[in-house]
Design a protein around this ligand. Structure first.
Ligand code: KG4
Ligand code: ZN
Length: 330
């Protein structure tokens, strides 16, 4: 079975082709224009998606070495994300499916990120405790069984990647800043001590850390960017690690998956690995190219849903935000 996947949830246009044997094409085009504005400008993102979707779909099909006739299923992200961006990919996918008579499936973007772990580790079976850490989300999701998700922790304010991006912007690192923060942090000699957030239970909070970093930058303009970057990473990732260890102990689930754009970060991976060695849990990281937004994860999640529940209706909306996981905050 060959699935064409489309993701336009934010400021990356991605089109993928995934077959039974794995990924045949996974194209991602990041819109550089947003860097000039220090953040995503939704109207520019929608316009770029509109221009890119058709040629990228043609290129993905060509890269995969197939013709469009051989595609069996069209999958597209239906939320959460920017409404204008989502509508571009969703409408395009529905149009393709409708005109060609192929089945269409709507996919939750967060479920897609979770499938990036299973795509990289095909033999992994639930239960898995997932830390999803990206520019828009910081969540702990217990995958109890296939399609059975329990959200046991989430950020109360900013997402972890958002905090890295916002502090990075203050440091003049452009947008998004996560990768630049990681590069700089490697050269630190005297990391700036920043406070570790500590909200209740398994939740996360990053706005206080962001403010503390901003205040430090104002008060100590002479501090080296590397030392700030490393201090920011340490505080941000200690918080993530602390919640993962607590969640493992609370849930009794000793398989931990990491996904989302921040999951690329090597310092985060090594902190979690050290915590895993100590607390006895095993970590499952996706391939780096599957951590950041991509359509291969959407194709794989879409195929799994299609095989289990059949195709989506064409009235599937771009409001797929809350239906994905049950919540538990005990
Ligand atoms: O998953 P993603 O591509 O998009 C969302 O769904 O948000 O994640 C993007 C986020 C951005 O905040 C970006 O700064 C961060 O992932 N990121 C990183 C690294 N590469 C990307 N954060 C830390 N270290 C990195 N190497
Ligand atoms: Zn994402």
């Amino acid at each position: 079975m060959i699935t064409l996947g489309i993701d336009t949830s934010c400021d990356d246009t991605s089109v993928a082709v995934v077959g039974d044997e794995g990924i045949r094409a996974n194209l991602v085009s990041s819109h550089l224009i947003h860097a000039e504005y220090g953040g995503v400008v939704p109207e520019f993102a929608s316009r770029a998606h509109t221009c890119l979707l058709y040629p990228m779909t043609e290129l993905a099909i060509k890269t995969a070495g197939i013709s469009f006739d051989e595609v069996d299923l069209v999958a597209a992200t239906s939320g959460p994300g920017l409404m204008g961006s989502l509508l571009c990919g969703l409408s395009f996918a529905k149009g393709l499916a409708c005109a060609s008579g192929k089945p269409f499936i709507a996919v939750n973007h967060l479920e897609g990120h979770i499938y990036s772990i299973f795509l990289s580790h095909p033999h992994l079976v639930p239960p898995v405790l997932v830390l999803l850490v990206s520019g828009g989300h910081t969540e702990l999701v217990l995958v109890r069984a296939e399609f059975e998700y329990l959200e046991i922790g989430a950020t109360l304010d900013d997402a972890c990647g958002e905090a890295l991006d916002k502090v990075g912007k203050l440091m003049g690192l452009g947008y998004p800043a996560g990768a630049a923060v990681e590069r700089l942090a490697k050269e630190a000699s005297n990391p700036v001590p920043l406070p570790r957030p500590n909200p209740k239970a398994l939740d996360f909070s990053y706005s206080g850390l962001k403010t503390a970093a901003r205040n430090y930058l104002k008060a100590h303009p002479e501090t080296s960017s590397s030392d700030i970057a490393r201090g920011l990473e340490e505080a941000a990732f200690d918080h993530l690690t602390d919640r993962v260890v607590r969640a493992v102990k609370k849930s009794g689930v000793y398989q931990v998956g990491l996904c989302g754009g921040v999951a690329v970060n090597k310092r985060l991976r090594s902190k979690l690995s050290a915590a895993g060695d100590e607390a006895g849990f095993k970590l499952y990281f996706p391939l780096p190219e599957l951590c950041t937004d991509n359509a291969a994860m959407i194709a794989v999640a879409g195929r799994a849903r299609y095989e289990a529940f059949g195709e989506s209706l064409f009235d599937a909306s771009a409001f797929d935000r809350f239906a994905f996981a049950q919540r538990s905050r005990s």
